[in-house]
Design a protein around this ligand. Structure first.
Ligand code: H79
Length: 592
């Protein structure tokens, strides 16, 4: 038996007892899978300084200002007296989310600064008791959400609390770690406040815990159990710790790729901060946002997009404008997002992404780069009964030609399309199939003649248990041992001469890339040796914060159509900074 199949059977068998409660989980997660798109709101006292302290701009995230500027509790607390967001209107917040096509709202009930945005009997450090505003923001939002049919969810920082001597993180007011009693903070603030959140605000969709840090298995379990006991239909986020969440959370601004096994969500900023900063104008374009939304859906995940309201209680206009653009697209193309599952192909496609609907069987081709005249898809096994543009209300059928080429084994689907893209950002072609969608999952050359071999789909070769592994983006980390190597099987239908290109990834914000490794790529009986050097950046479609670097390794000729294997073996890995060979993919780019 194939070892991969054996491994997956074993995994299922072993996993069963852990998911004894899976019926309950399946029930509580149904709405969330349908929703696919939510609004994150980071709002708290940090909106008052808005990124500036005593006349100095403080770098980093807006909601981290207390930590970054090491503001003493006694000083930071004074911000509460200035927090009076008189322009706040819960109905407006909800309308902005709803108009964008978002189905749930996750707001910070308490961030790391320890300040509660709700009336809490547990601590007077809250919006009702400590500010001139005296209004319970979460209460008003819960009423507005129920009116509009959106799910309200709460972010709650369970370990970090810079206001409390026993919370995690404040080393400037409370430097003596030996005096800290995390359990006391946890018992006296976390558990009772979470109880308040699940008791006083109606049905809650999920609690978004964050930064598990030091939390013990027992404490995480107690939190998850508390949430589920008080509201059995309330989800617990992946960051509760110890894998006890109802779904996984990707890293901040990280979009998971590859073999995503569980339900997952990615939180994303509209600019570079979560909490409002007056000088952050690095806004993502509507195109990036719509592409990310479709991309996350194509990998079976939820997209949680953040806004940071001002201290006056207003969502910044650049955010509102961008969300309105996403909403414009969603009104036409929402069917290709809501309730869909990921792409049936394990690999990425050069022109965009695919989402799927099981019932009735549909494939949604999200075409980011409109080819004009004809759209070609390889590897489709199911018979396509009908194709049309989602933007076309009349559903005028597009002419479809489907062919199996016996000589190359290639399944080819050709769709006649209008010359002009129906949408400049993402035009969706709907395919209706006979029965469930079936595709060939083998890696294959694409109609643009390029072959992309993603690291996460490689076979790993190592003498012992491999030390290299994949991060949640599907990028290789810990490839420091040159005896470990990767290979891929793939199919070529259009032979010729190719440039072998390695794509590697920088760390966050494009810094900390380590090159100079020497590698050998072997394909079609030929070796090319090259250096992982910076031969230019390529756009990273998943994330503008992690730059991709392209390294040209050399040329190979692939003489005829057929099945090939490419292996990538390191000759030398530079490991000074311990990043190693951060491989994203190897590409065979047609050489002209
Ligand atoms: O709520 C948002 C962030 O505040 C929170 N998660 C999202 C959803 C978060 N908590 N911790 N982190 C993210 C990791 C943060 C690390 C950093 Fe820093 C904060 C990098 C820069 C500022 C800590 C302080 C490391 C360097 C300085």
């Amino acid at each position: 038996m194939n070892t991969k199949i054996l491994a997956s059977i074993l995994t299922v068998a072993i996993a069963l007892p852990v998911f004894a409660q899976s019926d309950q989980r399946e029930k509580r997660i149904a709405w969330w899978r349908e929703a696919r798109f939510g609004m994150f709101i980071h709002w708290g006292l940090y909106a008052v300084p808005a990124g500036e302290w005593k006349g100095q701009p403080i770098p980093g995230l807006g909601e981290w200002i207390m930590n970054r500027a090491k503001i003493p509790v006694a000083e930071y607390e004074q911000l509460a007296k200035q927090f009076n967001p008189v322009k706040f209107n819960a109905d407006e917040f909800v309308a902005i989310a709803k108009n964008a096509g978002m189905k749930y709202i996750t707001i910070t009930s308490k961030h790391h600064d320890g300040f509660a945005m709700f009336g809490s009997k547990v601590s007077p450090y809250n919006v009702v008791d400590a500010t001139p505003f005296h209004r319970d923001i979460l209460k008003e939002l819960s009423v507005a959400c129920q009116k509009a049919g959106l799910r309200l969810c709460f972010y709650y920082s369970q370990t970090q609390d810079w206001h409390e001597p026993d919370g995690v993180g404040n080393t400037w007011d409370f430097p003596d770690a030996s005096k800290q009693n995390f359990q006391k903070y946890y018992d006296e603030k976390v558990l009772p406040q979470v109880r308040e959140l699940l008791t006083n605000y109606g049905p809650i969709g999920l609690i978004w815990f964050d930064t598990p840090r030091n939390i013990t298995l027992q404490q995480s379990q107690q939190l998850a159990d508390l949430v589920h006991r008080l509201q059995p239909n309330c989800l617990v986020s992946g960051r509760v710790g110890h894998g006890l969440g109802d779904y996984d959370s990707a890293g901040d601004n990280q979009i998971s790729v590859g073999k995503v096994k569980r339900d997952w969500e990615t939180p994303v900023t509209l600019n570079d901060t979560w909490g409002f900063k007056k000088d952050d104008n690095n806004w993502k374009t509507p195109a990036v946002l719509i592409h990310q939304l479709a991309q996350v859906a194509s990998r079976g995940g939820n997209y949680l997009l953040n806004v940071g309201p001002t201290a006056e209680g207003v969502i910044p206009q650049p955010s509102v404008d961008r969300l309105a653009e996403v909403g414009r697209w969603m009104k036409v193309n929402g069917d290709s997002i809501y309730g869909t599952t990921g792409s049936p192909f394990p690999y990425e496609l050069p022109w965009g992404v695919i989402t799927t609907r099981a019932q009735p069987a549909r494939l949604y081709l999200h075409v980011f780069e409109w080819p004009g005249k004809e759209f070609v898809l390889y590897g489709m096994e199911s018979k396509v009964r009908q194709a049309y543009l989602l933007a076309d209300a009349s559903r005028k059928p597009l002419a479809v030609k489907q062919q199996h080429h016996a000589d190359t084994g290639l399944d080819e689907l050709r769709i006649a399309i209008p010359a002009a893209a129906p949408d400049a950002i993402d035009s969706v072609i709907v395919l209706e199939t006979d029965g469930a969608v079936k595709v060939i999952t083998t890696l294959m050359q694409q109609p643009d003649r390029r072959v992309t071999l993603p690291a996460y789909l490689s076979d790993i070769h190592a003498a012992a248990k491999p030390k290299l592994r994949f991060d949640s983006r599907g990028v290789v980390e810990q490839w420091l041992d040159k005896s470990e190597w990767l290979s891929w099987d793939f199919q070529v239908s259009s032979p010729g001469e190719f440039e072998v290109v390695a794509i590697t990834s920088g760390q966050k914000y494009g810094s900390n890339w380590e090159g100079g490794h020497r590698v050998t790529a072997s394909v079609a009986g030929k070796d090319v040796q090259g250096v992982i050097a910076d031969d230019g950046k390529v756009e990273n479609p998943s994330n503008p914060y992690w730059a991709y670097v392209m390294s040209k390794l050399g040329r190979v000729a692939v003489p005829k159509a057929g099945k090939y294997t490419l292996s990538l073996k390191p000759q030398e890995i530079v490991a000074d900074k311990k990043f190693g060979l951060t491989l994203v993919s190897v590409q065979l780019a047609p050489a002209h």
